[in-house]
Ligand binder design. Structure first.
Ligand code: VG1
Ligand code: CO
Length: 581
């Protein structure tokens, strides 16, 4: 192939957000839009990460992925990349990409040093919906801010990019290596099975035999909803083929370009079918719900965990996994190096860390902040309130891993109950037992999606201004709800990375109350239109006799306070959030 140089000019708005660049497909389809971003990324990397390197390119298979993959292959070839690895049909979950970078060896024994992940995660897909792209590094984790800042700077000055435009499109539906000859020598495209490397890694972490025993017991019933995302490609292999679940346990497990027209976000609002099956909705599907249910987002890095008629808050889920990991999961048998959560995630994990005497870290929202801690051997298990849970087996959150972690805990607790007539310890039993031991963090998140960006900014500025006088804040608080505790402090969260000393500012506005309650306000960094305001509300209850309340009811005074303090309706014109989790 030949390399030609295309002249281009900068395009506005290519700043990577919390997790890469996410825009409407029609934005990505503009001339040079994808190309500029890809070249800006190549130019942000050191030469040896490009010339002669091996890169992974794949994603959740959403609409436009098949075109994007061919463009990136041609640009990689022109930039002197030696090999591009593509999961069959462009499918690789985000955690599988991370695993492939860390674990896989190519046909020629090479290792990958990075990846372009093609996903907009939980955002809808299709011609009128979202596409996305992000770059991951050789540790398998998202590029740190130092790199994403450089990428953004490059997008503002880009003048040209090289492309091998005479390279034929590669058949990405067939496993195998296609070789080309270019000015720098050989260039290979290797198409491989999307699940093999990931399945192998999961088998090295969990005791599949004990999970299989649980899943094949007639007493244990299970349901998994991939929401038409890429998780389906792994669910068949792992839950059905490896662990013996029934085929009928899988819902929406054939990956689709448009996620069946749905919103591939595993929460009580969007995972409707699963929620109904688990006996958690008004339109109950009838019949006895399964013992255990779970869902994933489009790129399978998120998870929702459900018991029979029971919802597990993600903040509780990571705390429960941390509290039970050592006995239940072979990977952790020699202990946990430490645990970490994102700032808005509830303090349930803090209580476990304290009681088990574990190192603990609080980082800004977004998985990239956990990577440094893990690389430095300081953290084993981490999680976010946004349905993200994971460990240092890779450098992304991992939806299927979280389900296997829960299955392991269930299998461990039920070792003596699987055979015979004994009743199984349920998901709900495990959570209630956890609350009785550690106390409960009542928790909810209100999302106001697609609000006017200017108004959202004004609301945030209003909240920052309020913070300058705590006595003033408390006067307002008492005026709204006299029984709520006093605000002890308020700030904008700032993080200093303990490994490399880098500082991240403006990571969310916090109001911290004397009784441990918290209100947190943030603007989303993953949306593609307007602004999304996230309001996180948390209250700690230590008294075991008071941990069984309905969450929305327990939190209603704090919710009321948060809405009035922030003047939510006044700024946004919204009397209710779009989504409550
Ligand atoms: C959201 C979540 C954050 C998560 C991020 C990426 O970001 O809040 O916790 O890490 O999505 O997840 P934001 O900036 O919109 O609040 V995913 O599954 O979209 O890669
Ligand atoms: Co995701």
């Amino acid at each position: 192939f030949k390399v030609s140089t295309v002249s281009t000019s900068p395009i506005d708005g290519q700043k990577p957000g919390t997790s890469g660049l996410r825009k409407k497909v029609k934005v990505f389809k503009q001339p040079n839009y994808l190309e500029n971003f890809v070249q800006a990324t190549f130019n942000a990397l050191t030469a040896q990460k490009v010339k002669g390197a091996t890169l992974v390119v794949s994603g959740d298979g959403r609409y436009y992925s098949k075109d994007a993959v061919q463009i990136i292959i041609k640009m990689a070839a022109a930039n002197g990349v030696r090999s591009v690895w593509v999961g069959k049909n462009t499918l690789l979950s985000t955690p599988a990409v991370s695993a492939v970078i860390r674990e896989r060896s190519g046909a020629d024994g090479s290792k990958a040093t990075g990846a372009f992940i093609l996903t907009a995660s939980h955002n809808p897909g299709g011609p009128t919906e979202d596409f996305g792209i992000k770059y991951n590094m050789e540790n398998g984790g998202p590029a740190p801010e130092s790199i994403t800042d450089k990428i953004y700077e490059n997008t503002k000055t880009i003048k040209e990019y090289p492309i091998a435009d005479d390279l034929p499109n590669v058949d990405i539906s067939t496993i195998g290596v296609t070789s080309f000859e270019g000015p720098d020598g050989k260039f290979d495209v290797e198409v491989f099975d999307s699940a093999d490397d990931y399945v192998k890694l999961m088998k090295s972490i969990f005791d599949f035999e004990s999970i299989r025993k649980l899943l094949s017991s007639p007493k244990f019933t299970f349901c998994y909803d991939a929401l038409h995302g890429v998780a389906g490609a792994y669910a068949h292999r792992i839950f059905v083929e490896e662990l013996g679940a029934q085929e009928s346990a899988l819902l929406n497990c054939t990956p689709k370009e448009d996620f069946g027209g749905g919103h591939p976000d595993p929460n009580l609002t969007y995972a409707k079918e699963l929620v109904a099956r688990m006996g958690l909705s008004k339109s109950d599907t009838g019949g006895e719900p399964p013992e255990f249910g779970a869902a994933a987002d489009g790129d399978a890095d998120r998870n929702m965990i459900l018991g029979k008629r029971f919802f597990v808050t993600p903040s509780d889920s990571v705390a429960i996994i941390a509290a039970n990991a050592i006995g239940a999961i072979p990977y952790f048998s020699s202990g946990l190096k430490g645990v970490a959560r994102s700032m808005p995630t509830s303090a349930a994990l803090d209580v476990v860390a304290k009681s088990l005497n574990l190192k603990f870290f609080e980082v800004p929202t977004g998985w990239k902040f956990f990577g440094n801690l893990m690389d430095a051997g300081m953290c084993s298990v981490c999680g976010e309130e946004s349905f993200g849970t994971g460990s240092d087996h890779i450098r992304e959150k991992d939806g299927i891993w979280a389900v296997l972690a829960w299955m392991s805990i269930l299998a461990h607790k039920n070792k003596g109950n699987i055979d015979g007539n004994a009743k199984l310890v349920s998901v709900e039993d495990i959570v209630r037992q956890h609350w009785a031991t550690y106390g409960r963090h009542y928790y909810t998140r209100y999302d106001y999606e697609n609000v006017d960006a200017g108004k959202a900014k004004e609301l945030m500025e209003h909240l920052v201004k309020l913070q300058s006088s705590i006595p003033e804040v408390n006067k307002i608080v008492k005026g709204i709800r006299s029984h709520v505790a006093n605000v002890a402090s308020a700030d904008e969260f700032e993080y200093k990375d303990p490994v490399d000393g880098s500082i991240s500012k403006h990571q969310g506005i916090r109001y911290l109350f004397e009784d441990g309650s918290r209100l947190v306000f943030r603007l989303s960094g993953t949306g593609s239109e307007g602004a999304t305001i996230r309001l996180y509300i948390e209250q700690y209850e230590k008294d075991a006799s008071k941990t069984g309340r309905e969450s929305q009811e327990a939190l209603s005074p704090l919710v009321d306070l948060a809405l009035k303090l922030s003047k939510m309706e006044e700024f946004t014109g919204r009397s209710a959030p779009t989504v409550i989790t």
